[in-house]
Design a protein around this ligand. Sequence first.
Ligand code: SAM
Ligand code: DTB
Ligand code: SF4
Length: 340
Amino acid sequence: MTLIRNDWTREEIAGLFDLPFTELLFQAASTHRENHPPGQVQLCTLLSIKTGGCPEDCGYCSQSVHADSGVEATKLMDVQAVLQSAAQAKDHGSQRFCMGAAWRNPKDRDMPAIVEIVKGVREMGLETCMTLGMLTPKQADMLAEAGLDYYNHNIDSSPEYYERVISTRGFDERIETLDHVRNAGINVCSGGIVGMGETREDRVGFVHTLATLEAHPESVPVNALVPVKGTVLGDMLADTPLAKIDDIEFVRTVAVARITMPMSMVRLSAGRENMSEATQALCFLAGANSIFTGDKLLTAPNAGDDSDGALFAKLGLTALQGEEPARGLNPACNVSEAAE
Ligand code: SAM
Ligand code: DTB
Ligand code: SF4
């Protein structure tokens, strides 16, 4: 097993990004093989359980009230309707069911329904993941008690670039919620978005933040910005197409995440719809071992089961089976425990 470190310096991470591409990929693929079954990719399904009308001003998001994206606001879905969707996801071969709500934070009055959903989805034998915005320690404890396996809360970018994309909350508040999730004993899912107009240095700072957390997130989603018309970043990208992230630079980010966080599941998340098969194949080689399946993410279209099935067949990839650590901290991601 590879040594787990959380003392990476920015210089070291910048050095990885700077490696000749084939050397970087070789290192990332080697790290991947040492720690994960190569050729197996975890399938996750996303469901938006509360869409739109979010008071936050994240410049990339179609669900912000500050965006003019045409996404309609809905109330929190009925528990039974969520469970029905989860059952479908399971039938389609998903291992993990991820539920997202367009909230700054859940209100205490929402928690009983959320708890019921977590319990119901878990009873079906699916891993559960939720992303509901900022949590109080008490809310994190309630989710833990309900049996939530993962909580997704992205840091999105470097601390410096974060404040250029979002003004209604700070980077430190993101880290605070991650602490509450960790302290409650829920596995942490945290990553970000590449292609928001950030620099290479910001991508270094983004990976550096995650790789120097006391324990690495068990899941690290790497999203490519899905440019949505009516959002600040979607419109910026439409006006300046050259700002679109270069495919090779995207693959480099995946590779550096894999090398610095060897045990984590690195998820090739949003943006696959606009990615060639060859770029996705390079991401799998670079150590991505999880994807979202189905034809929809939260509000944006996704590649869809048919094209994913064809891609997996072409690449000889199979769905990850078998047990991941069911619940609680993955000791392998924890620097102090891994060193023992
Ligand atoms: N409201 C909660 C929050 O912000 O934590 C949960 C939902 S939010 C939609 C979950 C994540 O989706 C964001 O943190 C962001 O990383 C990602 N995301 C949202 N819009 C995106 C887009 N247009 N392209 C890529 N990723 C996006
Ligand atoms: C994550 O990092 N990516 C997913 C999940 N966590 C919740 C969300 C992607 C959202 C893409 C844009 C949309 O569907 O609106
Ligand atoms: Fe709201 Fe989350 Fe979208 Fe930000 S990313 S506007 S917090 S739903």
